[in-house]
Design a protein around this ligand. Structure first.
Ligand SMILES: [Zn+2]
Length: 324
């Protein structure tokens, strides 16, 4: 289990052991925190044929029994997973699931259903699930997973035992990332909003270097305005690239206001934010506000690519005029 989930894992196992786990569980937490892995481990513990024997006081799955072997092989007849890979989870998928849960367990050890990205359930699907969440037939446990629980029907939320998995402390995540053979930094964690698994993927893909290069190019625009087009297309590549810029401007503003560099989000780019801080707080504040508005417009889904290009182009032109 991931180090930042160990406490939750132990608490959940205790509930399993004491038979106090509800029929419906909602695992909440930001993307890339390991909700799916926790749900999979919990499903294994619930279905394990040895989890409740006396010598296994932890209630952890034994990894050896027929049930654990079947889960490892990916074909346990009493484990049903609805993945969040599709655009939405419709009523048919939920009805089908309920029907299977109503049948008796093949291995006689209860049934488990996992619904990933549960917020993708349509209203009809969610309504179809309500009754089963309240009183599931045949000792079924439903594990709902969501990074956006606020989008779930309140009636779904209220029928679940809710588990919030908070964004873990960097002290737990940084050593784990280093243990994966990566070179983690607080800045890398910050641009991924503290999400350990997203940071791992980001570092593995070499995106950290891309961030530093792109932000350096941006800062050098004042001296090399002819790279404007290149900077613009770099910033447009991914929505998160504008977040990088936002964080850099925030850091620059913090320095311009004479605040301590201790809390910089991109501590590895302090040279860059220090250069920008010479523009003074007013100009930085204005640029940052307008960038925030721009990001909100583009996030709302109304900004088609061409539109995004135009809007960012306008922002960059204003920026160049501003820094002259
Ligand atoms: Zn087992």
């Amino acid at each position: 289990m991931y180090p930042w989930l160990k406490t939750h894992w132990q608490q959940l196992l205790t509930l399993v052991r004491q038979d106090q786990l509800g029929h419906g569980l909602l695992l909440k937490g930001v993307e890339g925190i390991g909700k799916g892995e926790l749900a999979a481990a919990l499903a294994k513990a619930l279905l394990c044929q040895h989890a409740n024997v006396a010598e296994n006081e932890q209630g952890a799955p034994c990894e050896h029994c027929h049930s654990c072997q079947l889960i490892k092989a990916g074909n346990h007849p009493d484990l049903h997973v609805i993945t969040g890979s599709q655009r939405s989870i419709g009523v048919d998928a939920i009805r089908q699931l309920i029907q299977v849960l109503n049948e008796s367990a093949r291995l006689g050890h209860g049934k488990v259903a996992v619904i990933e990205q549960a917020e993708k359930m349509t209203e009809a699907a969610a309504n179809a699930l309500l009754k089963t969440l309240e009183e599931p037939a045949g000792e079924a446990t439903l594990l709902l997973i969501s990074a956006h629980p606020e989008r779930l029907l309140p009636t779904i939320r209220s029928r679940c035992q809710q588990w919030l998995l908070p964004v873990p402390e960097p002290d737990l995540v940084l050593p784990w990332l280093a243990g994966q053979g990566l070179e983690p930094s607080l800045a890398a964690l910050n641009v991924n909003q503290g999400s350990p698994l997203n940071t791992r993927d980001y570092l593995t893909a070499g995106t950290d270097q891309r961030r530093r290069d792109l932000l350096q190019q941006f800062v050098e625009l004042a001296r090399q305005p002819r790279t404007l087009t290149e900077v613009q297309s770099g910033l447009l590549e991914q929505p998160v690239h504008l977040l990088w810029l936002q964080l850099l401007l925030q850091d620059a503003l913090q320095l311009a206001l004479g605040l301590s560099p201790a809390g910089l989000r991109l501590s590895d780019s302090e040279t860059l934010s220090r250069t920008l801080s010479q523009l003074g707080p007013d100009r930085l504040h204005q640029a940052q506000n307008r960038l925030l508005q721009l990001r909100q417009t583009l996030q709302s889904g109304t900004g088609r690519p061409v539109n995004a290009g135009l809007q960012l182009g306008q922002w960059l032109n204003d920026w160049l005029i501003n820094i002259r």
